[in-house]
Design a protein around this ligand. Structure first.
Ligand SMILES: Cc1cc2nc3c(=O)[nH]c(=O)nc-3n(C[C@H](O)[C@H](O)[C@H](O)COP(=O)(O)OP(=O)(O)OC[C@H]3O[C@@H](n4cnc5c(N)ncnc54)[C@H](O)[C@@H]3O)c2cc1C
Length: 530
């Protein structure tokens, strides 16, 4: 029999080799009676009030003939079957025309993999470039400030996921999450991601993972084309009949998985023109905050700080009732770096990433305030107004930064006091920062909410407000400000054969949830062929 045991505490520094004995103790049997042990989950319980502990959940194999004395212990349960149902992956369905997947981010890649594994290889098109060329373009931007409009942190092989931090946390409960993570491991991600409560790959390893995924798709018969932008969607009698690539090449198809991410403003415009139903969607904007990692470790671990603990993290939220807003941290990157993520010419956008070792000397996080649709769409309900809203503040940040892709920055204490920062600002930001008044970088209500929120964070996490903390602006690409409305069959409500998915469709956010949404779109597409 296979039994799951949760809540097994292990002191940092103590090895995992003690787990069989600890598990046996909970079961009330001897360690020799355990024939196999698999770690399912590992999390860190680090409260300042007591020494930190790693908490494990494991699955053990025990012969059916052995009686488990403590079987009623609440920590013991029957192990779940986590294998992917075989009909998910081995269903061969024929469609007259090869489906097209648009976009090679997590949603597009997993949609393509799912379809190809089911015997339906696709044409996958990506407007940006393949990983090696893309890395050169992004480094050219960070190093020499040359912006490449079709090849940057958001566009290119692997989508926004490639230069992401590679945190694989998600609130979505879906049995296919295990399959997504297993696929990442098969493509070169560390096996730890299968068990860590807060799995992390790191941008350095993600790049290799993405290239391996491309090879797997090609082996399964998919055709993959880079520098291939869908410039038009051909719609006849409210159904897809084809797409146009780069304004000149027409491809006939009756099924398109649309996984374009949240940064393709021109594609949203084209879709609206073609009668695809879009609506404005709430999102969030704010700034990046950066502290020395050593300081965050000190605050979070207190007296228990030590070499066996990972770089500390935080998650903070504050409700601001007087402004009817929420301020929260988002996408925290311990040991990471703040990066310039411009997605438009003459626009500055911040985000964060880290490498697999998370060994940088800084910790950063987005600090954002919620934006409602009436903040930008007014009564017009114009679906594209959110895109214009964020472009306006991104262009403003570019100007505040001096017009050369430097980001405007200010020490946190100066932002709260309302004075300019004098002297050199220490930050990891690429390509560089200049001192600027960040109260001009965002709408007034957002600035006020952030000031109140940051002050509240310091109550929850004393030491958060410090001379050493720096704010960098602006953080605008938190999630899509547009939703591509889809029906219960996963298709656009206005154009049949169009399967919008991932972050750009407004139904997912983050690597795992976008990948799962891509798989969901693939399942709907398969169903539509039956
Ligand atoms: C710096 C950074 C760090 C991040 N860190 C994390 C993290 O740690 N954890 C996490 O979960 N999430 C993180 N994210 C968010 C995560 O990367 C996204 O949520 C995820 O990539 C969305 O997946 P997607 O497939 O829906 O879209 P995307 O990854 O955005 O991919 C869309 C792709 O479609 C292509 N495309 C667009 N229009 C067209 C067109 N017309 N024709 C052809 N191709 C087109 C684009 O070039 C792009 O490659 C981060 C994002 C950034 C930018």
């Amino acid at each position: 029999m296979r039994l799951k045991i949760t809540d097994i505490p292990v002191m940092p520094g103590d090895g995992e080799e003690n787990l069989p004995a600890l598990a046996a103790d909970i079961l009330g049997i001897s360690p020799e009676e355990i024939s196999g042990l698999e770690i399912m989950r590992k999390s860190l319980d680090a409260r300042r009030s007591r020494p930190p502990l790693f908490i494990y959940a494991v699955v053990v194999s025990v012969s059916d003939s052995i009686i488990i004395p403590n079987i009623k212990d609440r920590r013991i349960s029957k192990a779940p079957d986590l294998s992917v149902p075989s009909n998910h992956l081995r269903k061969s369905v024929l469609t007259e025309r090869r489906p097209v997947v648009v976009g090679s981010g997590p949603a597009g890649l997993f949609a393509a993999l799912f379809l190809a594994s089911a015997g339906m290889p696709v044409l996958l098109i990506e407007r940006g470039r393949a990983v090696p060329e893309r890395i050169r373009d992004v480094e050219d931007f960070w190093g020499r400030r040359h912006f490449h409009p079709e090849s940057h942190v958001h566009f290119g092989e692997g989508g926004a996921g490639t230069f992401s931090d590679g945190k694989l946390t998600s609130r979505v409960k879906n049995p296919l999450t295990a399959w997504v993570k297993k696929t990442f491991v098969e493509m070169g991600a560390p096996t730890d991601i299968l068990i860590d409560a807060k799995p992390h790959i790191g941008t350095d390893r993600l790049r290799g993972v993405v290239v391996q995924m491309r090879r797997r798709l090609q082996e399964l018969g998919c055709e993959i084309r880079f520098d291939a932008k869908m410039t038009d969607l051909i719609v006849h009698q409210e159904a897809v009949t084809g797409i146009v690539i780069n304004g000149k090449e027409e491809i006939a198809t009756d099924r398109v998985i649309l996984a374009i991410g949240q940064s393709a403003d021109d594609s949203y415009e084209m879709l609206l023109d073609r009668g695809v139903r879009l609506v404005p969607k709430a999102f969030a904007v704010g700034l990046r905050v950066e502290h020395p990692q050593a300081l965050i470790n000190e605050i979070q671990y207190g007296p228990w700080i030590g070499p066996d603990l990972p770089p500390a993290e935080y998650v903070l939220t504050a409700r601001i009732p007087t402004l009817d807003r929420s301020v929260y941290t988002f996408c925290m990157c311990p040991g990471g770096r703040v990066i310039g993520c411009s997605a438009i010419e003459k626009g500055v956008i911040t985000n964060g990433m880290s490498v697999s070792l998370r060994d940088g000397v800084f910790a950063n996080s987005a600090v954002v305030v919620n934006i409602r649709t009436d903040d930008f769409a007014g009564k017009s309900f114009d679906p594209l107004s959110g895109l214009r809203f964020r472009r306006q503040w991104e262009a403003g940040a570019y100007d505040l930064g001096g017009g050369n892709y430097s980001a405007p920055a200010q020490r946190l204490v100066d932002f709260l006091r309302g004075c300019l920062t004098e002297g050199k600002i220490k930050t990891s930001y690429l390509p560089g920062v200049v001192s600027a008044p960040l109260d001009r970088a965002l709408p007034r209500f957002a600035v006020e909410a952030l000031q109140k929120g940051l002050t509240a964070f310091n109550v929850k996490m004393p030491g958060f407000i410090t001379e050493e903390a720096v704010l960098i602006g602006v953080e605008t690409r938190t999630s899509s400000p547009v939703r591509i409305v889809r029906g219960e069959d996963g298709q656009s409500v206005s154009v049949r054969g169009l399967f919008p998915c991932g972050e750009g469709a407004g139904y997912a956010g983050g690597i795992i949830s976008s990948a799962l949404d891509g798989i969901r779109a693939a399942e709907f597409l398969l169903k539509s062929c039956q």
